[in-house]
Ligand binder design. Structure first.
Ligand code: HEM
Length: 423
């Protein structure tokens, strides 16, 4: 079975391009080889076929999990994510876990978190003055939001302990090559070896998380996602175990921290170069605010691909692909198709207010199908609240030229971190 065409350059070269210049790399391979295109990188043991046509993307999202599991692509995260994690499960187990973990993201419950998120955003932005690297500050803010809203951390002491422990573990997880190498070896060569140090950091983090869980069990209530997760009951009416709650909290942290920080860093990078958009945001129209959030996520999606590994041959876009290869909906390319988004490369929030508005189906920064981002309503709300708070600032770019995209672990960020001048 032939694979679709793709660059013949060695995997090492494609890997470097994928990390250093992901946007340019994807555009180049798409211009040269069309859709679909096959690429080879060091992360993947086998080639990855990228699709961006909306019909093909729909087919990828609809592939049965028994044939195209997504959990296997995150397998390297298992030592941190844990065995109950939604990220590594597939099929029935995944759907069961998804029903549980989505409880806090429904309607009224989600809206109850808005005032806390808005207050954290206002507090963060009130300290901005002079040169600010938005990505650094947004990593801080999105972590603070997760600690307070998801984990329900109470008081500065509890938050500070968790913050330190998160840094200790996430720094290792963010280094993909290190994580992959450690996951392969997994030999504890003592507390000073990389794997030994990582295990110790995870144990320390787990001990703190289990403490928080125990305290919340002892004093129920409060308005955190953890409080809502404690109320879960499985189909036999059993409450979740501590280890299960631990894995749920870690899944929300791993999936919701760097992604939101990257999306917000792009928002500042784009707004600094579009003063008229910032001025209109200041007028306070909620529909326009929503349009800006949608347009940031379209023009600079934080995740570029949603990959699946084929366990059996599968037919996508009229072509049969062999077992073993990875197939992916390429979110980046799909969100930049001229046939769907006229002037696709332009940052034009107004397009969302056109009559008729763009078809929402091909807008896929949160993926699609049964693995669509479980935290999307929260992520959009967080972006709205940060941008609402940012609208009053005067923001200029440090350098006039747009920042290019760079890969940082799993997400794509502005290469200078969204460097802006405030005031
Ligand atoms: C702008 C920020 C975000 C973006 C762009 C984003 C994007 C995505 C995408 C594309 C996927 C699907 C991956 C796939 O199909 O393989 C995903 C999955 C997921 N996201 Fe998000 N995400 C964001 C924020 C969040 C937040 C804030 C949370 C939680 C607090 C979250 C929780 C999750 C979870 C739990 C999954 C796994 C869903 C499953 O496997 O069923 N995400 N996200």
């Amino acid at each position: 079975m032939d694979l679709p065409p793709g660059p013949r350059a060695p995997a090492a070269w494609q890997t470097v391009a994928w990390i250093m210049r992901p946007a340019a790399f994807l555009r180049r391979v798409h211009d040269r080889f069309g859709d679909p295109v096959t690429i080879r990188t060091y992360w993947m043991d086998e080639p990855m076929v990228l699709f961006s046509h909306p019909d093909a993307v729909r087919e990828v999202f609809r592939l049965p999990p028994a044939i195209a599991p997504a959990g296997q692509s995150w397998e390297f995260l298992r030592p941190f994510a844990g065995p109950h994690s939604i990220l590594v499960l597939d099929g029935e187990e995944h759907l069961r876990e998804r029903r549980l973990i989505q409880t806090p993201f429904h309607g009224e419950r989600m809206r109850a978190f808005t005032p806390t998120v808005a207050e954290l955003a206002r507090r963060e932005l009130s300290s901005w003055n002079g040169r600010v690297v938005a990505l650094e500050r947004m990593k801080h803010l999105t972590l603070e939001t997760i600690l307070r809203v998801v984990f329900g951390a109470r008081g500065e002491r509890e938050a500070a302990q968790l913050r330190d422990a998160v840094h200790g573990t996430l720094d290792a997880v963010r280094s993909m090559p290190r994580m992959l190498a450690m996951a392969l070896v997994q030999r504890d060569l003592g507390p000073h070896s990389p794997w030994g140090r990582f295990r110790l950091a995870v144990e320390r983090f787990d001990a703190l998380l289990l403490d928080v869980v125990a305290r919340r069990r002892a004093e129920p209530g409060g308005d955190s996602m953890l409080a809502l997760l404690l109320e879960q009951r499985d189909e036999n009416g059993n409450p979740p175990t501590d280890r299960h709650l631990r894995d749920q909290l870690v899944a929300l942290l791993a999936a919701g921290h760097d992604t939101s920080a990257a999306a917000l860093a792009w928002a500042f990078e784009r707004l600094a170069r579009h003063p008229r958009v910032l001025a209109r945001l200041r007028e306070g129209d909620p529909a326009y605010l929503d349009a800006v959030v949608k347009e940031v996520l379209r023009v600079r999606p934080a995740l570029t691909v949603a990959p699946r590994r084929l366990l059996e041959p599968a037919r996508i876009a009229g072509r049969t692909l062999p077992a073993g290869v990875h197939v992916a909906a390429c979110l980046w390319l799909a969100l930049r198709r001229e046939d769907l988004w006229p002037q696709a490369a332009a940052f034009r929030p107004d397009r969302w207010l056109d009559d008729p508005p763009p078809d929402p189906a091909p807008w896929i920064p949160f993926g699609g199908g049964v693995r669509r981002c479980a935290g999307a309503p929260f992520a959009e709300m967080e972006m709205r609240e940060v941008l609402r708070a940012a609208a009053d600032l005067t923001i200029r770019p440090v350098r006039p030229e747009p920042e290019s995209a760079r890969r940082s672990a799993l997400v794509v960020t502005p290469h200078r971190g969204g460097e802006v001048l405030v005031g």
